[in-house]
Design a protein around this ligand. Structure first.
Ligand code: MGD
Ligand code: MGD
Ligand code: MO
Length: 757
């Protein structure tokens, strides 16, 4: 019986991880809320055993930096991954994955993976030579000791790590650095800091409703987010709300795939969102459509805000700044106030501006004054870190005895955690991650001599490639731990091969939904790859051989035991678990008293109330009120937007053969009128350029973008020198330093022009 079942399954599958199956998955995925297992279930219907029994099934979790943090089921046969699907036990993942998720087996078995430690003779030369792990680690350890000898400290050794893998044990990379001594850390995040600070001023913490409760919403504004691509699993909740009668509004300068699903699409002028929100607020004030109870009982400073609106904001001004006509502003405001509950999804895309934090505060204020904070189906949804209470065991290490660092450093604020605080005499040296090139070039006493990159790809993800190249040229050694020969690996001396998520144990939560997933090792590590923490252990062993006591990191480790060390009673209680092993049965959801953030109105601000007026914001050099902050002045005729692609997660996935089939080459989207004025036709080769650099690619004419916008999606196409970062500068966003240690980055306040190539 088992054999006939296998036959059925293999007929359903075609050859393992077949292109046909991928096509089916692709057709089913995305906004259409797939249940891909249904293909297989249909194929096995009537068989006496389920298709799962033909395979060894493992629990995995997508560790990418993404809203959806999917719970995965992995099907293995003879030690080889046959296919993956979304876990049906999670009502968020609900049995489906995104396009990229279904392509995971192609990533694991890609012939392009880095297989061994390698040395590049001449950065950028491509002249790679294989090293043994011993040789590679010996060179690295030797260099670290040399730096310590030369400078008397290790501040010349810098770490730049971000979001390649958010598995909790990967914070062991930070732990590795701490165990060597006091080092330089690139802090902050390129992603969401302005909005984080904004929400901290308003409510005292970034906290959002459970996205699954959007089904209860009567009015949903998706404001500068593109979930049809960037959070595909959220779309089913939005569709269900629409089915129950809710109206969906999308506000974006680009007519995105999410906008295509909206009942009302508003093409706002880029960075004009604050003005639009304030115009809506002014109109509601004039109409008396304010939730008096909320603003008097649960808020501070509403009258000051109302005075600001009366004195400084008119609908005409708001229309001028935002490009949204007065009648539309009125309609939007009235509909939003009339619906109960109404919610705004505040996207990360819309706050990557020099006025992004101020815009988020204005939108928060709109949601608050209409009484939608603390309500099921309501809320100003941005993100949360309420499920991240792990031990960070791999991260907590003390410096070796006698180590020297910054004397009066203020302590480093990382993305989710604090390092080096608590009375340490010395601290690490924090530098701004969003100005990597500039910081490397400027930093002295001591200069940065050596850079360790893990979970980070600055040559694809950071601004100003030319500046970055100049900065890297000053470094004495660059080590990159990665899976593919990325653009940053091209600028490395030593590359160390990393496992994929299927080759190690870890544990994952999300910053959007409330689920927890176990990540089991499903297959043996490919080639000679190792996990970040195993690499740290190897380095520690060699450091201690060369100079006993020079590194406090453990010298042996097993990723499963390290994953186990992350759990504590708090996590067990929050998720209703007796042991982490319960997660083998499927992901678990946090037992939250209400799906609504701030349901008890106990805000974490200094006043304990929602703060329309924040003294803390003023203390940090911002306006106390959510006042409008003018847009960045243009530096070239057109706005350049470089948001996220359906087929990649930043620099990941687009390099896989399956993605190339669907998205073979980069394109720049241009409004027909803008193109006509420059003699550009659809499909022409063009050059997008500004004072920093250029990019050559094919033009696609579309009125999905407004006439003042050029749109190119960020992505790494292997075998192509296309790079959006050639054209971006490192201008900061207005907020972010309070909670993440460095301001955010104005990724979408960039300017360029275009001509026929
Ligand atoms: N122009 C432009 N730039 C942007 C953005 C934009 O919208 N436009 N978005 C910004 C945003 S929101 C973000 S979050 C950042 C993302 O910036 P990054 O976090 O740098 O981006 P990723 O490409 O996701 O991951 C970096 C690298 O980690 C590697 N990696 C994956 N898993 C592991 C692992 O387990 N260990 C190690 N050592 N490496 C691993 C991947 O192969 C990849 O090369 O980019 C920012 N940059
Ligand atoms: N497929 C896929 N999914 C992803 C990612 C990915 O790279 N690919 N990245 C993940 C990560 S790290 C993040 S941070 C999230 C990001 O998720 P999102 O915030 O949804 O995505 P972005 O592409 O950063 O930006 C969303 C939208 O903001 C718009 N935008 C830009 N400037 C403005 C503005 O001034 N006003 C308004 N109203 N809109 C503006 C852009 O046109 C874009 O459509 O997605 C996550 N999910
Ligand atoms: Mo991000």
């Amino acid at each position: 019986m088992k054999d006939s079942c296998k036959d059925l399954v293999s007929r359903a599958l075609g050859s393992s991880v077949s292109r046909r199956r991928f096509l089916q998955m692709l057709a089913l995925s995305g906004a259409a809320a797939a249940v891909p297992g249904s293909l297989l279930r249909a194929a096995t219907a009537g068989a006496e055993i389920g298709y799962e029994e033909a395979f060894e099934v493992f629990r995995n979790a997508c560790p990418r930096n993404c809203y959806d943090s999917c719970s995965i089921k992995t099907f293995v046969k003879d030690g080889v991954i046959q296919f993956v699907e979304g876990a049906s036990e999670s009502s968020f993942t609900a049995g489906g994955l995104c396009v990229k998720g279904y392509a995971y087996p192609r990533r694991v078995y890609s012939p392009d993976r880095i297989k061994y430690p390698m040395l590049q003779v001449g950065r950028g030369s491509g002249n790679w030579k294989r090293l043994s792990w011993e040789e590679a680690i010996d060179r690295i350890a030797g260099k670290i000791l040399e730096i310590n000898e030369k400078d008397g400290n290790l501040l010349g050794l810098a770490l730049d790590k971000y979001s390649g893998n958010f598995g909790i044990t990967h914070y062991g990379v930070e732990g590795m650095m701490s165990s060597l001594g006091y080092t330089t850390r690139f802090v902050g995040t390129p992603c969401w800091p302005a909005g984080i600070d904004a929400q901290n001023y308003d409510t005292g913490e970034m906290w959002c409703n459970d996205p699954e409760d959007m089904v209860e919403s009567k009015y949903i504004i998706v404001w500068g987010a593109n979930p049809a691509w960037c959070s595909v699993h959220s779309m089913k909740f939005i569709f269900e709300a629409q089915r129950r009668g809710a109206k969906l509004v999308v506000i974006d300068p680009v007519f995105t795939q999410t906008a295509a699903k909206a009942d009302l699409y508003i093409q706002v002028d880029t960075a004009g969102d604050g003005a639009l929100a304030l115009g809506m607020a002014r109109h509601l004030l004039d109409k008396g459509k304010i939730d008096r109870r909320f603003v008097t009982e649960h808020a501070l400073g509403f009258e000051d805000f109302a005075n600001y609106l009366r004195q400084n904001v008119t609908l005409e001004w708001a229309a001028e700044e935002s490009g949204v006509p007065v009648p539309v502003i009125r309609q939007l405001a009235e509909e939003f106030a009339a619906a109960d509950p109404a919610t705004v999804w505040i996207g990360y895309g819309m706050q990557r501006h020099t006025n992004g934090g101020a815009s988020v505060r204005a939108i928060d204020a709109l949601v608050a004054m209409t009484g939608n904070i603390g309500k099921v189906g309501g809320g100003a949804r941005y993100g949360h870190l309420r499920t991240w209470g792990f031990n960070y065991n791999a991260m907590v290490n003390s410096a070796p005895e006698g180590a020297v660092g910054m004397v009066d450093g203020a302590g480093i604020k990382g993305d989710f955690h604090f390092i080096g605080e608590g009375g340490a005499k010395y601290t690490d040296r924090p530098l701004n991650m969003n100005q990597l090139g500039r910081e490397i070039l400027q930093t002295q006493d001591p200069q940065i001599r050596m850079l360790w990159l893990a979970c980070r790809n600055p040559f694809s993800q950071d601004p100003d490639t030319a500046l970055l190249k100049k900065a890297f040229d000053t470094l004495e050694m660059v080590v990159v731990v990665d899976q593919f020969f990325t653009k940053s690996v091209e600028q490395a001396d030593i590359v160390l091969p990393h496992t994929t998520l299927f080759e190690e144990y870890t544990v994952n939560v999300g910053y959007w939904h409330y689920w927890l997933s176990l990540n089991e090792q499903a297959i043996q590590p490919m080639y000679e790859s190792k996990s970040d923490v195993q690499i740290a252990a190897l380095l520690s062993r060699r450091m201690n051989e060369l100079k006993p006591g020079s590194c406090t990191f453990p010298t042996e480790l097993d990723t499963r035991k390290w994953m186990e060390k992350e759990f504590n009673q708090g996590i067990y209680d929050l998720f209703g678990l007796n042991s982490w092993e319960d997660l083998r049965q499927g992901p678990a959801k946090a037992k939250i008293p209400s799906s609504a953030a701030w349901h008890d109105f106990k805000f974490k601000t200094p006043s304990g109330k929602y703060e329309f007026s924040s003294a803390l914001a003023a203390e940090h050099g911002h306006k106390a009120l959510p006042e409008y902050r003018p847009k960045r002045a243009a530096t070239a005729p057109l706005r350049l937007l470089t948001p996220h692609s359906k087929f990649s997660l930043h620099s990941q996935f687009q390099n896989l053969d399956f993605m190339e089939d669907f998205n073979p080459e980069p394109l720049v989207y241009i409004h027909p009128a803008t193109a006509r004025a420059r003699g550009i036709g659809d499909g022409d080769q063009v050059r997008v350029f500004n004072r920093l650099g250029d990019a050559r690619l094919k033009a696609r004419l579309t009125d999905n973008v407004s006439a003042d916008v050029l749109l190119m999606y960020e992505a790494w196409f292997r075998n192509s020198d296309f790079n959006v970062q050639n054209l971006l500068d490192d201008e900061s966003a207005d907020m972010g330093a309070y909670k993440t240690g460095a301001p955010g980055i104005a990724t979408h306040d960039q300017f360029a022009d275009v001509e026929r190539a």
